[in-house]
Design a protein around this ligand. Structure first.
Ligand SMILES: [Zn+2]
Ligand SMILES: [Zn+2]
Ligand SMILES: [Zn+2]
Length: 316
């Protein structure tokens, strides 16, 4: 019994009175954005013509507000759209008036070294925001990559950022009241390994996995996708592609992401039972669910799943 209590104390975040923790979607597109860089497909042209159809590159803000104290704000991934994404956090920040805020966030949590997920770190350097000792959490491999390669190494050297190793499976508290556990994820790991984050606030636990191989590739040493969702209230998941139809001529077995249809097959019973809420993110410009009135978007909704919108909030 004592042991069980001790374990619970380890796993649950420190309770902080009057605190609210929430995620704010700062972007919901695949690394190339929507409109995608240099793409003139009808969906990208529609997004150029109608700003409401644009989506920034996938990222979350983790906002921790205490009673009577300033909010703490963390970025989950630093994208090439970081400038606009910092603006999306202006209302929860205590920024100095009339000058550059040299501490616009309290930390950054990185999933992996693909451009859509870490290249925005460049804005924290000397040429732009010039932060001081900004905590940046990543796996030991991710941190080693930053330390060993310019221009990221310079951010470390001149102390714009302070790298912090966050090994998969080991929980840490970026702020009192919120616990984050990196979860190993199978993905194209050219420069770093890849993680998702399990984030527990006072009321709920979220799982953020913006980039992953198909669920069938979740085998040792990765967690079983069945156990992955245990204790998770809200999952925010890779929705790069909807179905094989949008990738003509490509072998479905070679697609490096779970199709949205497969993810819905895997999780529909949990969603229907009310045990899990699923939001889709990291949408590729080819994804037909980007058409709000399209049959695919309606099919997602009718199965009880949701497509995350830029700016949308999820309380934890
Ligand atoms: Zn990505
Ligand atoms: Zn396009
Ligand atoms: Zn990736």
């Amino acid at each position: 019994m004592l042991r069980a209590i001790a374990l619970a104390a380890l796993l649950l975040p420190t309770a902080v009175l009057g605190q609210s923790v929430r995620l704010r979607a700062l972007g919901t597109a695949q690394d190339g954005g929507i409109p995608h860089a240099a793409c003139a497909c009808p969906r990208c042209d529609a997004a150029r013509a109608d700003p409401s159809r644009r989506r920034l590159v996938a990222s979350l803000g983790l906002v921790v507000s205490g009673e009577g104290s300033a909010s703490k704000v963390f970025l989950i991934d630093a994208t090439p759209d970081l400038r606009a994404q910092l603006d999306m956090l202006a209302d929860v920040r205590d920024a100095p008036a009339d000058r550059v805020d040299r501490a616009p966030v309290d930390g950054v949590l990185l999933t992996h070294a693909h451009v859509g997920h870490y290249a925005g770190l460049m804005f924290f350097g000397y040429e732009a925001v010039s932060t001081r000792d900004l905590p940046v959490w990543g796996t030991p491999k991710m941190i080693a990559f930053l330390r060993a390669n310019e221009p990221w190494a310079q951010l470390v050297r001149i102390r714009n950022i302070e790298p912090r190793e966050a090994p998969p499976g080991v929980a840490f508290e970026p702020a009192p009241g919120v616990t984050v556990t990196p979860i190993r994820v199978p993905h194209r790991d050219e420069l770093s390994d890849t993680v998702g984050f399990r984030i527990t606030g006072p009321a709920r636990t979220a799982l953020y996995i913006p980039d992953t191989e198909p669920w069938r590739n979740w085998r040792e040493p990765f967690p079983d996708p069945i156990t992955l969702f245990e204790g998770v209230d809200v999952a925010i998941l890779d929705a790069t592609f909807y179905s094989p139809g949008e990738l003509p001529g490509r072998n479905i077995a070679a697609i490096g992401h779970p199709l949205m249809t497969e993810t819905m097959d895997l999780l529909e019973s949990r969603v229907r039972a009310g045990a899990l809420t699923v939001y889709f993110t990291h949408l590729n410009h080819s994804n037909p669910v980007l058409d709000p009135a399209g049959e695919e978007a309606r099919a997602v909704e009718s199965r009880g799943f949701m497509i995350l919108r830029d700016g949308q909030e999820i309380p934890l």
